[in-house]
Design a protein around this ligand. Structure first.
Ligand code: 8IG
Length: 276
C-alpha cells in the first residue's frame, strides 16, 4: 500500500511510519515538543538556533509538497539546552490546509507524526485576521478557545473527546508570565480559500470570536486526542474583512508576519524549557 493510501485508511499507522522514518533519517529517536510554523513564522524558527537536522517534509511518508507561498514544507530538528536539560524540538515549516481539498488527514499528519515521535507538547502558530477591534496588525495573540465553522473533525468513530482545556491553561500562563503583553482570544476556523464577507465577520464578532483563520483547529484536536498538550498562537496580520474598508491580500499578510516572527521566536526559545 502506498504511504498516501495508508494516510487515508489508517492515519495513525501512517504517522507511526513517518515518525520512524524521521528517527532513521535524523538519527534522533525521540522528540519532546513540536512546533508548526504557519505563514510568516519561519523567522521564529530561525530564532531557535541552528537546526541539527532538516529535510523536505515530503521526504517523510504521507506528507505532500506545500501549496502556499511562505510555507516552505521543511521539517527541522533543534536541540534546545538549558540548565542541563536537553530538549529536542521538531519544527514543521508550513502545513497542509483544509482548503487544499485533500481532506483532513493530510492536515493533521504532521502533529500526529510529532506525537508518535514522542512530542508531549504541540505549539501551533498561524497568521490570521483580527476580528477584535482592540488588536493591531503584527500582534501575537494566544488562542484561548476556538469555534469551528468548518465543523470538520480529524476524528471518526465513537471517540467523544472533551475539549474544555484544549488550549492548555498551564502553557498559556507560562507564556503570559514571560510576556505580560500577550492577549488571549477565541479563534474561528474558516475553511477558505475565500476570506470572509464583511457580514460573516460581523456574525463571528457576535458569536464571541476575536480571530479568524484557515488552520490550527484540526491539528489542535488531533494532538489533544492523542494526549499532547496544545498551545496556539495567532499572529494578527490583517484586520478582518469590513473593518478597515481595505481589501485583503496575501503579500501584506506575509510582510506583517515577518516583522513579528523573530520576536516570537525569541519568546518561544525562552519558554520551551519550562513547557517540558
Ligand atoms: I493571514 O482575514 C489570514 N488568514 N479566514 N480570514 C481568514 N483567514 C485568514 C485571514 C482572514 N487572514
Amino acid at each position: 500500500m502506498s504511504a498516501t493510501d495508508l494516510l487515508y485508511s489508517d492515519p495513525l499507522a501512517a504517522a507511526t511510519h513517518a515518525a520512524a522514518e524521521l528517527a532513521k533519517r535524523s538519527d534522533i529517536p525521540h522528540h519532546d515538543i513540536a512546533l508548526v510554523m504557519g505563514s510568516g513564522w519561519v523567522g521564529a524558527a530561525d530564532a531557535l538556533g541552528t537546526p541539527t537536522f532538516e529535510c523536505d517534509a515530503h521526504e517523510l511518508p504521507g506528507f505532500s509538497a506545500p501549496a502556499v507561498e511562505g510555507h516552505s514544507g521543511k521539517v527541522r530538528s533543534y536541540l534546545i539546552s538549558e540548565n542541563g536539560k536537553n530538549i529536542r524540538a521538531l519544527v514543521f515549516l508550513g502545513r497542509t490546509h483544509l482548503y487544499e481539498g485533500k481532506g483532513v488527514e493530510p492536515v493533521v499528519h504532521g502533529v500526529r507524526t510529532a506525537v508518535q515521535a514522542g512530542c508531549k507538547v504541540v505549539i501551533l502558530t498561524n497568521a490570521c485576521g483580527g476580528i477584535n477591534r482592540d488588536y493591531s496588525v503584527g500582534q501575537p495573540v494566544l488562542i484561548r478557545d476556538h469555534i469551528s465553522l468548518t465543523a470538520v473533525s480529524p476524528l471518526s468513530g465513537a471517540t467523544f473527546v472533551d475539549l474544555t482545556d484544549l488550549y492548555s491553561k498551564r502553557i498559556r500562563s507560562i507564556m503570559k508570565s514571560a510576556d505580560s503583553t500577550l492577549a488571549e482570544g477565541v479563534y474561528v476556523h474558516w475553511r477558505g480559500p475565500t476570506y470572509e464577507t464583511p457580514a460573516e465577520i460581523a456574525m463571528m464578532r457576535t458569536m464571541g470570536a476575536d480571530l479568524v483563520g484557515m488552520s490550527t483547529v484540526p491539528e489542535a484536536i488531533a494532538a489533544h486526542a492523542l494526549g499532547a498538550e496544545v498551545l496556539g498562537i495567532s499572529l494578527v496580520t490583517n484586520a478582518a474583512a469590513g473593518i478597515t474598508g481595505e481589501k485583503l491580500n496575501h503579500e501584506e499578510v506575509i510582510a506583517a508576519g515577518k516583522a513579528a516572527a523573530s520576536r516570537m521566536g525569541a519568546l518561544l526559545k525562552q519558554t520551551i524549557p519550562q513547557l517540558i
